[in-house]
Design a protein around this ligand. Sequence first.
Ligand SMILES: Cc1cc2nc3c(=O)[nH]c(=O)nc-3n(C[C@H](O)[C@H](O)[C@H](O)COP(=O)(O)OP(=O)(O)OC[C@H]3O[C@@H](n4cnc5c(N)ncnc54)[C@H](O)[C@@H]3O)c2cc1C
Length: 113
Amino acid sequence: MWESFVATAGEPGGLGFLTEQLSELVVINGEATAGPAEGSHAVDRITLRHLLLSGLDDAVHCDKTFTHYEEHDGKVTAFFDDGSCGGADLLVGADGAGSVVRRHGCRTGWRRR
Ligand SMILES: Cc1cc2nc3c(=O)[nH]c(=O)nc-3n(C[C@H](O)[C@H](O)[C@H](O)COP(=O)(O)OP(=O)(O)OC[C@H]3O[C@@H](n4cnc5c(N)ncnc54)[C@H](O)[C@@H]3O)c2cc1C
């Protein structure tokens, strides 16, 4: 997957902001000689999404809206607005800037790990 990622990413070598006429406003030179793991990469979001999801068909469930979670005996249960729930050892709040997970955690005084 890493090889596919690098093969479909832009060349490391900097980041630029251009005008609508393509004149350079600011160009931040990158490490053109950095190895693939050290350098920055411009990625196509759809390609990256496919790579991150590959092999996870049985584990990833889409189209559910998280509402809240409960913690019991070191386990966490996440609840969704369709009435379903799922249990795990760890809940990751990767639901964006307006994270409901983070807001709920702050209200209930979650334990940081
Ligand atoms: C216009 C624009 C252009 C940008 N361009 C770039 C760029 O060129 N390069 C770059 O690196 N960054 C760019 N960014 C920033 C980048 O998009 C964000 O930093 C990044 O998406 C944050 O990722 P995230 O996973 O934290 O949150 P998000 O990408 O916001 O993902 C959060 C996910 O959680 C889901 N979610 C939210 N609430 C719930 C809930 N209650 N239940 C279930 N799911 C929920 C959302 O539907 C979403 O799918 C851009 C941002 C914007 C707005």
